[in-house]
Design a protein around this ligand. Structure first.
Ligand SMILES: Cc1cc2nc3c(=O)[nH]c(=O)nc-3n(C[C@H](O)[C@H](O)[C@H](O)COP(=O)(O)OP(=O)(O)OC[C@H]3O[C@@H](n4cnc5c(N)ncnc54)[C@H](O)[C@@H]3O)c2cc1C
Length: 413
């Protein structure tokens, strides 16, 4: 049996991104995917344009907006940051082309188990085939097939129900992208006390719009039927009727999965490696950005004398989840836990203050590009700026989540 350098399991956006980056270092890469790697992705992927790590990625966007706003409380805040939606087919083709140029061979099959020898690992597929590689990278999504992570009974989920369609009147201003509309005047007082949800919406041009009712994070996930009802009610209150449904998006994914064990012999990437950014749920931009560094670290480790799956996986984990990034993650998890304690009024005041922070701070917070000290300063500044009722919620969160803060302060992951 031939032994390749790396086997990547999964061909979602993160599997393709890491396979492409690994192959570009000169490593011989096999991709193993449950579905054909060119099978269309169903999710709608949004990204901040300044997160794209290469100029040519701009050509993979289907839509982009410079008119981006947040509605919170009485205010409409213009964000001065460009936002885009990928054209999935273009992004997929772009990544597959890079893979093809550097010799990635794709196999279709479901990775079911892995066993390790001294110098390589063997992946067994559900239909009884075996693939050998010096390192296995699991990019099979949020419930990975090969990676191990600690059990977590209380995982918060982002949930959303969205419609791409045509409407009797524009649901948002023409040419506009609404990152969050937390206004609740269309809800009954009783509904306003339930877990807050917001509208994420955009004008696609040519008479089509995308409107999505989203719960940022909740344990367990807010039911999609509730989100659908809220979306319809929101539209109705604005006198907007759905004329034609072109696509329905049903979204549910974990926001705060624990990190996988970092001493295991399999490396992970994407949802499998808990890379979802806890305060926002975004991951694709970050995965595209981080793939090259992780791939370099793995290539270097595999190039060293006496390399083993363990040494290569360690190098990959270290590049992906350095101690500093793990500390920041604790702060972000604390931020998420605080948001989950907010009622509708509190969360609107929170975001009013958040998006009024200096631009480098809120953008860095959302893209995870701040240093640990900068992140801590940003959070402190926000704490000082928010109104009293929000501050009381944050203090209560700090009391309840002191373990997260301690881990951030003392550097335990
Ligand atoms: C509806 C929705 C909308 C989202 N919108 C955004 C957004 O706007 N921006 C953003 O950044 N993030 C978004 N996310 C979050 C996150 O980026 C996505 O969940 C993303 O698809 C995760 O990418 P992934 O490659 O890790 O996993 P997946 O996209 O789930 O891909 C997993 C791949 O692994 C394959 N696979 C699974 N099991 C096996 C196995 N055993 N063996 C081999 N192959 C296997 C699958 O066939 C698939 O190819 C969204 C998520 C959802 C659900």
């Amino acid at each position: 049996m031939s032994v390749n350098d790396v086997l990547v399991a999964g061909a979602g956006p993160t599997g393709l991104a890491i396979a492409a980056a690994l192959s570009e270092t000169g490593l011989r890469v096999t991709g193993l995917s449950a579905a054909a790697p060119a099978k269309p992705w169903q999710n709608t992927y949004g990204v901040w344009l300044d997160e794209l790590p290469a100029p040519e990625l701009h050509a993979t966007l289907g839509h982009r907006w410079s008119n981006v706003v947040v509605h919170a409380g009485q205010r409409t805040i213009a964000l001065d940051r460009e936002y885009g939606l990928f054209d999935n087919q273009r992004l997929q083709q772009y990544l597959l082309d890079r893979c093809e140029r550097h010799g990635v061979v794709w196999r279709t099959g479901v990775a079911a188990a892995v066993e390790h020898r001294e110098s390589h690992s063997l992946v067994h597929t559900r239909d009884g085939r075996e693939f050998a590689a010096r390192l296995v990278v699991d990019a099979s999504g949020h419930s990975p097939s090969l990676l191990r992570r600690p059990a977590a009974p209380q995982v918060a989920r982002q949930a959303a129900y969205g419609i791409v369609g045509e409407f009797s009147a524009p649901p948002v201003n023409l040419g506009q992208m609404v990152l969050m509309d937390y206004r609740t005047d269309h809800l009954t007082p009783e509904q306003q006390r339930e877990s807050p949800t917001f509208l994420y919406a955009m004008d696609f041009g040519d008479g089509r719009f995308f409107v999505e009712e989203t719960s940022l994070a909740h344990v367990p996930g807010v039911p999609l039927s509730t989100l659908e009802q809220r979306l319809r009610r929101r539209l109705e209150a604005r006198g907007v009727a759905v004329r034609q449904v072109l696509h329905i998006e049903r979204c549910l994914f974990p926001m705060n999965n624990p990190l996988p064990y970092l001493d295991q012999l399999v490396m992970g990437f994407g949802g499998a490696a808990s890379m979802v950014h806890p305060p926002s749920g975004y991951m694709v931009g970050g995965a595209l950005r981080r793939a090259a560094d992780v791939a370099q670290a793995i290539a270097q480790a595999l190039g060293a004398a006496g390399a083993t799956p363990l040494s290569a996986a360690r190098a990959g984990w270290q590049a992906l989840w350095s101690p500093a990034r793990r500390r920041r993650r604790q702060l972000y998890l604390f931020g998420l836990a605080s948001l989950m304690r907010c009622d509708s009024l509190t969360i609107q005041s929170f975001f009013e203050s958040f998006f009024s922070l200096p631009r480098p701070e809120w953008t860095g917070y959302l893209s995870d590009t701040l240093s640990t000290a900068e992140l801590a300063r940003t959070m402190l500044r926000l704490f000082v700026r928010v109104p009293g009722h929000v501050r009381r919620t944050l203090i209560a969160a700090a009391g309840a989540e002191h373990a997260l803060l301690r881990r951030a302060a003392f550097g335990q992951a």
